[in-house]
Design a binder for this molecule. Structure first.
Ligand SMILES: Nc1nc2c(c(=O)[nH]1)N[C@H]1C(S)=C(S)[C@@H](COP(=O)(O)O)O[C@H]1N2
Ligand SMILES: [Mo]
Length: 237
């Protein structure tokens, strides 16, 4: 790396941290319009910088079985008792958009892919974190199966409970980004995203969509349930 690169990276790091620190609280409390517009600008710039700094070879820390948090906390935009009950027999994951082969996957189809497990920490922006174990196919392998255009920029994920989020293509293709079918070596329970959730340990909890029903591969940046309320879009760790 040249000297120039080094100082550029150092500059970007500083900028990145500062952007994150001032953007979150200010956007959340509904600042006046002018301030808000300026902060949205900072936030977009911050997303851009985080995306530029994303290193696909950098792994989220992994843990051992003894570190798993028991009981694992539930979080959602509603109480746990209202978690959707999705019928696994009729459930489909549709993958559409910039793909050569739009596909509706059954649960059995997804079980047919090689599964990867991970013991990692889920970090919620609300101030808690917990270690869990998830397993399922890599999102990258699903994207390959549908002939997704790797130059497409974003994925929009929509869920059975009305939740939605979106992620960048590089993070979607990361080794540790899986469509989790199992939690603690058993099929995902309803509260934790049955029948399938995204587990993306390089991003904050709110990007880890549960009960996913569709993935749209797109160049249009769609926000998300929390993103549209001011949480930083990239949400990288
Ligand atoms: N469908 C859906 N996915 C969701 C949410 C939600 O409300 N609905 N909440 C998000 C948030 S904010 C967090 S922190 C994690 C919590 O996952 P957990 O219930 O497994 O702890 O799920 C994320 N995925
Ligand atoms: Mo969260």
């Amino acid at each position: 790396m040249s000297r120039l690169d080094l100082s550029r990276r150092a500059f970007l790091r500083t900028g990145c941290g500062l952007g994150a620190a001032i953007t979150l609280p200010a956007l959340a409390v509904g600042a006046p319009d002018v301030t808000r517009a300026a902060l949205v600008g900072v936030s977009r710039w911050n997303d851009h910088v985080q995306a530029a700094l994303f290193d696909p070879d950098r792994m989220a820390p992994t843990h051992s079985a003894g570190d798993i948090t028991v009981p694992f906390p539930f979080n959602g935009f509603y109480p746990e008792s209202l978690a959707p009950r999705v019928d696994p027999a009729t459930w489909r994951l549709t993958v559409t958009g910039r793909v050569g082969r739009p596909t509706a996957f059954t649960l059995e189809d997804l079980r047919g892919f090689e599964a990867f497990d991970q013991i990692t920490r889920l970090i919620c922006i609300e101030g808690w974190s917990a270690v869990g174990k998830w397993a399922g196919p890599r999102l990258r392998d699903i994207l390959t199966a549908v002939h997704a255009d790797a130059s497409a920029r974003y994925l929009t994920l929509r869920c059975a409970d009305g939740y939605w989020t979106s992620i960048d293509m590089a993070s979607a293709r990361h080794d540790q980004t899986i469509l989790a079918l199992d939690f603690l070596d058993r099929p995902l329970p309803p509260a934790f995203g049955a029948p399938m959730r995204l587990r993306i340990p390089t991003k904050l909890g709110f990007k880890n969509a549960k009960h996913i029903v569709s993935i749209d591969v797109t160049d249009a940046k769609v926000g998300g349930y929390w993103e549209d309320q001011g949480y930083g879009w990239f949400a990288g760790l």
